[in-house]
Design a protein around this ligand. Structure first.
Ligand SMILES: Cc1cc2nc3c(=O)[nH]c(=O)nc-3n(C[C@H](O)[C@H](O)[C@H](O)COP(=O)(O)OP(=O)(O)OC[C@H]3O[C@@H](n4cnc5c(N)ncnc54)[C@H](O)[C@@H]3O)c2cc1C
Length: 410
């Protein structure tokens, strides 16, 4: 793309991450001119992933059944599975300093799995491979949005290289630090979790047996998510870890050498998978809770992390984003069938009404968990252990909780 062009589209999706690319794919049947803009280079080589046995993307997502349904409808699920994914069938969660624990299994819910772990790069590669051939879509990358002017009839976006793009509707999927959200002056509520998440891949002595583990430690939760090298992986000894800790502890863990880190990790997960034999490069992300007060303004809609970012402890963040995209696509399709304008505020607000409560509910639940497990006062520790064991024994309550987390009961 050369600079200083003047372009015009009906819809512009800003942000071609997992949520923005899914949004583009969900609008494939609309007779419109749609643009997907991302500041990162659009590199076709990355779509033909050369997977190495032990080289997993450090960023993975635990996808729910609701997300799986969206990708099945897009005819993408089999493409993701053909590359690499791991269905997990059990989950075990326990409290580090007590006796409270809770276990979930797909059998008890008559489901084949509780969820599927997919590397983020596998998901985006499958999505991009598909949308690159989508007739109503133009991908503009690397283009970074710098300015935004909103008028009654539409909006003008200006990129850092000076290109102007006129459009009737902007869908902001540009992540937690959304530039579009900032330029459109959406108000947010936000605060630091005071946690940093360390992610990496590890090799364990024992098989994971398709079980996800989460231990709530005083300094933050530690999760082991099972990975499969391929569909016939009988070794089952690679996991992706997400270790959320207070910043001092995270800094300490990042600065350890690999051997010391593996020792500390094995001890911290109580050797449930034996010793940790190997770990890949570690990455740390500061965690921040953020929620836009509104998702919609004239000509602009927020989806995914641009609308809400949430603690990764229950692996819900991107799943909520995919649901945003699915609901918004339905509302836009329905609106166009009954002759509404693309940027009709009534149509956009139907999306907001359907999503804001669901997203807030999940965010408050995660916030509650984080505080409950950070609390060291003896009565709270005692209560949470009783609570966990109580819920574990009440299959109706437990199944309701896990069905909600899986997106089966929304
Ligand atoms: C450690 C960790 C573990 C997680 N684990 C899980 C999990 O197991 N399950 C789960 O559901 N969620 C998980 N999440 C959350 C999940 O990663 C996010 O919710 C998800 O990545 C958000 O996707 P998105 O497409 O909305 O935003 P992003 O992935 O942030 O994508 C935004 C895109 O916008 C582009 N962009 C940004 N600014 C501009 C601009 N000015 N102009 C043009 N383009 C721009 C970026 O290049 C990027 O491609 C986890 C998060 C963390 C930190």
């Amino acid at each position: 793309m050369t600079s200083h062009q003047n372009l015009e589209f009906d819809i512009v999706i800003v942000g071609g991450g997992m949520v923005g690319a899914t949004m583009a794919s969900l609008l494939r049947s609309m007779s419109l001119r749609i643009a997907l803009i991302d500041r990162a280079k659009f590199d076709e080589d990355q779509f033909s992933l050369q997977l190495e046995t032990s080289k997993f993307d450090p960023r993975v997502s635990a996808l729910t059944s609701a997300t799986k349904r969206i990708f099945e409808e897009l005819d993408l699920w089999k493409d993701i599975q053909a590359v690499r994914s791991c269905d997990y069938q059990n989950m075990h969660v326990w409290d580090a300093d007590g006796t409270g624990s809770i276990s979930f299994s797909s059998n008890a819910l008559d489901q084949s799995e509780l969820g599927t772990i997919v590397e983020n790069s596998v998901l985006t590669a499958a999505l991009y491979k598909k949308i690159v051939h989508q007739e109503n879509l133009t991908v503009l990358a690397p283009f970074s949005i710098d300015k935004l002017e909103i008028n009654d009839s539409g909006s003008t976006l200006t990129t850092e290289c000076g290109t102007t793009i006129v459009t009737r509707l902007i869908i902001a999927a540009d992540g937690a630090n959304s530039k579009v959200r900032e330029l459109s002056e959406f108000d947010t509520r936000e605060w630091n979790y005071d946690h940093h998440a360390i992610v990496t891949t590890v090799k364990t002595e024992k098989k994971h047996k398709l079980t996800a583990l989460q231990r709530f430690i005083e300094t933050g939760p530690l999760a082991f998510l099972p990975l499969s090298i391929n569909a016939n992986d009988s070794e089952q000894n690679y996991c992706s870890i997400v270790w959320s800790s207070i910043p001092d502890r995270a800094e300490e863990l990042i600065s350890l050498n690999d051997e010391a880190f593996c020792l500390e990790l094995g001890r911290s997960i109580e050797y449930r998978l034996g010793t940790i034999e190997w770990c890949d490069k570690r990455f740390a992300f500061p965690l921040r809770q953020r929620h836009a007060i509104d998702y919609v303004k004239p000509n602009v809609v927020l989806i995914g992390d641009a609308a809400h970012s949430i603690h990764p402890l229950a692996g819900q963040g991107v799943n909520l984003g995919f649901m945003d995209a699915a609901v918004l696509a339905n509302e836009l399709l329905h609106g166009s069938e009954i002759g509404r304008e693309l940027n009709d505020l009534m149509v956009l607000k139907r999306y907001q009404r359907k999503r804001i409560g669901q997203n807030l509910g999940m965010m408050w639940m995660m916030e509650g968990f984080k505080h409950l497990f950070a609390e060291q006062a003896l009565p709270v520790r005692w209560l949470r252990n009783i609570g966990m064991n109580g819920v574990d024994n009440l299959s109706v309550v437990k199944n309701h909780l896990v069905r909600r987390a899986m997106g089966l009961d929304w």
